[in-house]
Write a protein that binds this ligand. Sequence first.
Ligand code: DAH
Length: 345
Amino acid sequence: MNNEEIIQSLNEKLTSINDNNALNELRAQYLGKKGIVTELSKQMGSLSPEEKKELGKKLNEIKTNVTEAIDNKKKEIDERELNAKLESENIDITLPGTNIPMGAPNILENIIEEVEEVFMSMGYDVVDGPEVEEDKYNFELLNIPKGHPARDAQDTFYIEDESILLRSQTSPVQARTMLKAGGNTPIRMICPGKTYRRDADDATHSHQFMQIEGLLVDKNISLSDLKGTFDVIAKKLFGDDIKTRFRPSYYQFTEPSVETDISCFVCKGEGCSLCKNTGWITVSGAGMVHPNVLRNCGYDPNIWSGFAFGFGAERLAMLKYGINDIRTFYQTDLRESKPFDRREV
Ligand code: DAH
């Protein structure tokens, strides 16, 4: 068979081939170890050098032509298969999508993040502390001596004996932070976290709730620094027209101690049910760090002074979002948290 004859018979065979399996078989018939081209080359042995050269040339030509014809067919088959596949997998882009329900961050997480952002912009660190705490940090170092009513077993979850407990406030992180700082560097920190008290759950009480503790220690700090700081956070959270005021109060770890109030953002001070007709809403406890606490935690009160505060995170969120039941935060009902999802804004 000469070149033309081989190609002609190949082309005839190719017309009836429609898939890659059959094509591979045909490829083997022509180009495989026992294929036609190999068979032809076996004649080489009995030829003169001149004839060998001639046959070599011819075989190369045949090989090239056969390869080309088979490759072209392969392209054709691949293309046809791809088109068939695309056609069968045709996507109807006019169909409505599948709605994958997404969770939403808890409302408390939102408010805590908001508070963190404001304080971080004023150079505060956000720190963490243990929820299972030692009496020493939760009470002793904070100037709450043995026998004080705040330590009452009715209020505090004690674990095993009375030296280990679930922290009843985030204030122990003040003590931990001061002790860690070593008594010779200024401190600016806030600590949001869970706290526990033996309260029966109702609309305004929860056995577990969140506080946001704050502590600033430096030289020459006065109550007016606390007032200025509180003013910033109140305006950021509740609006620029909010006024603030301090009322005297009592905490063991601050002296003087205050309750911090904001003017009622609903009635603007006129008097309404939210502010119980006083025009003011209490949002945190605060005060100047008691000299005993500074001393207990390694800071010389003759050199250092500071202020501290404690917000109830649920209370902030309840006020800001008009929620009237603290249990809302712990029921993980998406209908409650969805509207406050800041990711969707
Ligand atoms: N720990 C207090 C509480 O649970 C709140 C508080 C009041 C924290 C005054 C403070 C503070 O840091 O200075 O009621």
